[in-house]
Design a protein around this ligand. Structure first.
Ligand SMILES: Nc1ncnc2c1ncn2[C@@H]1O[C@H](COP(=O)(O)OP(=O)(O)OP(=O)(O)O)[C@@H](O)[C@H]1O
Ligand SMILES: [Mg+2]
Length: 227
């Protein structure tokens, strides 16, 4: 790990308007994530964990505040730049895998490279190696519906690493799995993040997952503080 901040969030605020009511989900959130670190954010259901990740991932825009990624203000990016930011710099893992059902496991892992316009033999080799690293070398040509929930999530982990992202955003990555599969995904994710020296922000309400490592923070009443 080094001392350089990869991500700096300051004064982040998100208010949802639901009918005539305003719902302040994030009140004043500040966060600094150093290169190579893992930050684990827990908080009750509805505390705004996914909302925060969506903002950092450029999937939604804040009501106020700044998000700087390597000094670049992502809240000011145009849609095309945001697409590139998400595709090149970020790796997403969600509670539900969001694999494309008409593509095989290998093709799903490879997809971010195809979207980035960097397909080819090298990318295919990398996808195959990632699939092997998540223990699915024998399932390359299988479609998502032919895989178990845990296996699908492993494909999603491999896919998140495909474009060698600088930041992995993991939202409840074991949320839909049983205890055993959850433990496997947790070990796999933390193992690969360490091996590839990735920076990760992981949000979860699972105590087991939150205890897996990294700096622990708690999101509560729209504020983020040390857990
Ligand atoms: N698009 C939206 N419009 C209105 N309210 C929203 C919207 N998205 C989220 N919310 C509200 O914001 C609050 C925080 O939601 P969020 O999904 O961020 O919580 P969470 O911490 O991820 O919860 P969980 O642990 O259940 O996933 C909730 O009360 C939710 O209803
Ligand atoms: Mg959520």
């Amino acid at each position: 790990m080094n001392e350089n901040p990869l991500l700096e969030v300051s004064g982040l605020r998100k208010v949802f308007r639901a009918g005539s009511e305003d719902l302040t989900v994030l009140d004043d959130v500040s966060l600094m994530v150093k290169v190579g670190s893992t930050v684990v954010i827990s908080g009750e259901s509805g505390s705004g964990k996914s909302t925060l990740l969506h903002l950092i991932g450029g999937l939604d825009t804040p009501t106020a505040g700044r998000i700087l990624f390597q000094g670049l203000e992502i809240t000011g990016l145009a849609e095309a730049e945001l697409v590139e930011y998400r595709n090149r710099r970020l790796g997403f893992i969600f509670q539900l895998h969001y694999l494309l059902k008409d593509f095989t496991a290998l093709e799903n892992v490879y997809m971010p490279a195809a979207i980035a316009g960097s397909p080819g033999a090298e990318a295919r080799r990398r996808a195959a190696r990632l699939l092997e690293q998540v223990g699915l070398a024998g399932r390359r040509t299988h479609y998502p519906q032919e895989l178990s929930g845990g296996e699908r999530q492993r494909v999603a982990v491999a896919r998140a690493l495909m474009n060698d992202p600088q930041l992995i955003l993991a939202d409840e990555p074991t949320g839909s799995l049983d205890e055993r599969s959850s433990a496997q995904i947790r070990d796999l994710l933390f193992g690969l993040v360490a091996e590839y020296r990735k920076t990760m922000i992981l949000v979860t309400h699972s105590r087991e997952l939150a205890a897996a490592g990294g700096e622990r923070l708690l999101l509560e009443h729209g504020l983020l503080r040390r857990a």
